[in-house]
Design a protein around this ligand. Structure first.
Ligand code: PGA
Length: 249
């Protein structure tokens, strides 16, 4: 039985005091034990939220990391630094990083491996553009992203620590959600890739999320699909709606 994950990706939003206010406001209303709830604020909020979340069942996640340990990498933050303030999850390979910052599968893979070294679970994002979907190339694109982003990661880590998030680019921040059938179809396809490349044991255990315009109105339908183990929520995670999404039952 795979435990669901609902992760909020705040992106570049919220000042530290706004983040603190919001989390204090919602934390007592997030009382679910059967779901891993994760909040991923910007770097500046991490340390403050780490203290606030300590006695809650909400986990802390980062939105980015660098793949070196330390040194002359101006502006970057290492996995060890995140781990030192109790970050447990970190998003890698988000389409905004891939598109705006030209991050490749190789970079995504290096970041994921570095996170695993310090015990942080990478949330590895994959997703196709609308053009790729319309020209029926989406399965090919997703397969390439999944295989290359996970390259060299051991089966034990895949089973226990790695999370995959299927986020069709055309559904991110657009208000257009993939239908639950489209989301399920691709999450099942990703699970099949994992079965073929690794084993049924790995694919039965790895958690695969859907992301892209998840909101309180569509959360339940998406989250109850067989191969969807949770959601990566952007816009709606900045609002009270996040509480409703987490309590989707
Ligand atoms: P959205 O973003 O929910 O605002 O579409 C999802 C994401 O980018 O992770």
């Amino acid at each position: 039985m795979r435990k669901k994950i609902i992760a909020g990706n705040w992106k570049m939003n919220n000042l530290v005091n706004e983040a603190e206010f919001f989390v204090n406001d919602i934390k007592d209303r997030i009382n679910v034990n059967d779901v891993d709830v994760v909040i991923c604020p910007n770097y500046l909020c991490l340390d403050r939220l780490s203290g606030i979340l300590e006695d809650t069942n909400i986990h802390l996640g980062a939105q980015n990391v660098y793949y070196e340990d330390n040194g002359a990498y101006t502006g970057e933050v290492s996995a060890k630094m995140l781990s030192a303030i109790n970050v447990e999850y970190c998003i890698v390979g988000h389409s905004e990083r891939r598109i705006l910052f030209e991050e490749t599968n190789k970079i995504t893979n290096m970041k994921a491996k570095k996170l695993l070294e310090v015990g942080i679970s990478p949330i590895v994002c994959v997703g196709e553009t609308l053009e790729e979907r319309n020209s029926k190339k989406m399965f090919e694109v997703i397969e390439e992203q999944v295989i290359n982003s996970l390259d060299g990661i051991c089966e034990e880590s895949l089973k226990k620590n790695v999370v995959i998030a299927y986020e069709p680019i055309w559904a991110i921040g657009t208000g257009i959600t993939a239908t639950s059938e489209q989301a399920e179809e691709m999450c099942k396809f990703i699970r099949d890739i994992i079965t073929n490349k690794y084993s049924k044991d790995v694919s039965d255990n790895i958690r695969i999320l859907y992301g892209g315009s998840v909101k309180k109105e569509n959360a339940k339908e998406i989250l109850t699909m067989e191969n969807i183990d949770g959601a990566l929520v952007g816009g709606a995670s900045l609002k009270n709606d996040f509480v409703a999404i987490v309590n989707y039952d």
